[in-house]
Ligand binder design. Structure first.
Ligand code: ZN
Length: 242
């Protein structure tokens, strides 16, 4: 069976549509979503609707949390704060109700799913290096934990002797004596200098995990964001992929 893991859509409808198309072409039967449906982009209602229609497990991210009024924007930078105020004004009541049903963490097969870290799903810590990843392996029992949040596709591996390493490969073959934390990257706002939408496909037959990169109409997204008067910084970073 093939399973798609998508994360950090951030109200980017054009990117989400292309990723859903690609996952269908790839034969994904199930799609799970790791959070941050809204924030930054200009189509929160459409994106939450599509995620609701296509995704099985649906998780909350920190931007969704703010949109739900569960947290303030204190820890956000100015552009993110401005985009979240925009989102709170623009978002439909039905979208807020749908988001309220998203979860903070979930388990599926031998996978743990969470937006930020397994240790504190609602504290929104970032995992960028092996030191930060090391202790997180103690907070889930499954073989693989899928995360999002940093928008940076990456793989942390824990060997049977406890050694932790970090990799950035497009495909990995998971080994039964190892455990993994895999960041699925971002659909709607990639930050690894590749402006294509990013997501992950798991093939459960051979335990292969593949990062997919999908082009979408960035110009169209940027044009809509400009019309919506979203911060220019957020518009320009889409083309740069940073
Ligand atoms: Zn995000």
């Amino acid at each position: 069976m093939r399973i798609a893991i998508i994360s950090d859509v951030h109200a980017n409808l054009e990117a989400l549509e292309q990723v859903l198309r690609d996952s269908e072409k790839q034969g994904a039967e199930i799609i799970h979503f790791l959070g941050d449906a809204v924030g930054y982009g200009c189509n929160p209602d459409e994106c939450v609707k599509l995620i609701g229609k296509h995704c099985d497990i649906k998780l909350l991210g920190n931007h969704d949390y703010v949109a739900l009024g569960l947290e303030s924007t204190e820890s956000f930078n100015k552009a993110a704060r401005d985009a979240l105020s925009w989102t709170q004004n623009a978002i439909a009541e039905a979208t807020v109700e749908a988001l309220a049903n998203f979860e903070l963490e979930a388990n599926y097969l031998d996978y743990h799913l969470v937006h930020a870290t397994p240790q504190s799903p609602d504290k929104w810590q970032y995992l960028f290096d092996t030191n930060e990843a090391r202790e997180q392996f103690e907070f889930f029992s499954q073989s693989i934990c899928f995360i999002g949040h940093s928008h940076f596709p990456s793989i942390f591996v824990r060997d049977s002797d406890g050694a932790i390493s970090m990799h950035m490969k497009s495909t990995i073959q998971c080994q039964p004596d190892r455990r993994y934390i895999i960041n699925a990257g971002s659909v709607g706002q990639p930050r690894d200098k590749d402006n294509r939408a990013c997501y992950v496909i798991i093939d459960t037959e051979n335990n292969e995990i593949q990062f997919r990169r999908v082009t979408y109409d960035i110009d169209a997204t940027q044009e809509k964001m400009r019309k919506a008067r979203l911060p220019e910084f957020l518009i320009e970073r889409l083309a740069a992929g940073v």
